[in-house]
Design a protein around this ligand. Structure first.
Ligand code: 13P
Ligand code: SF4
Length: 326
């Protein structure tokens, strides 16, 4: 008998504690498949609750590389599943919703890389934000995430760095490393790009004592108001450790679940701009899609790169893991 979506749903209706029943159904499905569930902080709270591990992009990439399970279910957008598969070609990697893509992952053209390589030769490194397709990674020398971009770029021997695809994270890195010549590409995250400075200033006026914690995918003007700039994991850890009681969170709202969990009992308050930042792509991942993929093995990630390109993409990820560990 095929068990899973229907079975989990049936149990859900019959049970008195739907979450406990759902968790049990998911445990059974995971055991059948020898699967582990990894989720990004941006996915819906109920999906995070069903995951074995929840974290930022770097944590998930690093973790996927070290888990013994045969199947990795990545509750996140396509590039996260692709990174897990590139790093673990022998494993089955499943995406609950393969159509959940990150628009920024495609925002760079090969010509941009070729022109920069022609201009700067061996004194150029192509630095690729992990929010990128496998093909984009294969054009690059090293991957970075928002939590390690500054450290990794500072350790590269080349002076000229072409930073792709995100212009906002690239500009932030350039500001931190004046000794480097950072060449920016035009890509951006539509969700962070849309966060309005006016709404942020209004919010700060309403809560003058609140600290502003922002993700480096935000625009320059928004970041100029920030008290702390960091990855999703960085923002969460900062708020947890801070003595302050009020925080304006300038990133996608999904982080609120972990913020509230980690700061439980501390009486802290978190505010988002009036137009609450949400990621439509991350929101596509639902409990139903997670259970369906576990049950039926749907959404399997394939590496559609040829041998040499696949090796280059993998090498860019490996180099990130190696440099970040130093
Ligand atoms: P981090 O998880 O590195 O903070 O990145 C946020 C993001 O946009 C993931 O898509
Ligand atoms: Fe992509 Fe932005 Fe969504 Fe992250 S928040 S997955 S960068 S669209």
């Amino acid at each position: 008998m095929e068990h899973g979506v229907a079975t989990a749903g049936d149990r859900l209706e019959r049970g008195t504690d739907p979450l406990a029943h759902l968790k049990r159904a998911v445990e059974e499905l995971k055991a059948t498949r020898d699967a582990v569930i990894l989720a990004h902080y941006y996915v819906a709270p109920e999906v995070q609750e069903l995951a074995d591990y929840v974290g930022d992009s770097f944590y998930l990439a690093k973790l996927a590389n070290s888990l013994p399970a045969e199947t990795i279910v990545l509750a996140g957008v396509a590039f996260m599943g692709e990174s897990a598969k590139l790093l673990n070609p022998e494993k089955t990697v499943l995406l609950p919703e393969p159509a959940a893509d990150c628009p920024m992952a495609h925002m760079v053209q090969r010509r941009t890389i070729e022109e920069a390589r022609a201009a700067w030769g061996n004194d150029l490194a192509v630095v690729c934000y992990v929010n990128s397709t496998m093909e984009v990674k294969s054009w690059s020398d090293v991957c970075v995430t928002s939590s390690n971009a500054v450290k990794i770029c500072s350790e590269l021997p080349q002076r000229h760095l072409l930073f792709i695809p995100d212009r906002n994270l690239g500009r932030y890195v350039a500001e931190q490393l004046p000794e480097k010549h950072v060449i920016l590409n035009k890509g951006f995250c539509p969700r962070h790009q849309a966060i309005s400075l006016d709404e942020l200033i209004d919010l700060k006026e309403e809560h003058p004592g609140a600290l502003i914690l922002a993700h480096p995918e935000c625009t320059e003007e928004v970041l100029s108001e920030a008290d702390f700039i960091g990855s999703t994991a960085g923002i969460i850890s900062y708020a947890e450790a801070s003595e302050a009681r009020e925080f304006i969170i300038v990133t996608v709202r999904g982080v609120l679940h972990e913020l509230e969990r980690r700061c439980a009992g501390q009486g802290k308050r978190f505010y988002f701009t009036r137009t609450v930042p949400t990621c439509v792509n991350m929101d596509m991942i639902t409990v139903e899609s997670l259970v369906r993929c576990l049950d039926r093995g749907t959404g399997e990630v394939e590496v559609d790169l040829t041998g040499a390109a696949r090796e280059r993409a993998r090498a860019a990820l490996d180099r990130m893991l190696e440099l970040a560990a130093r």
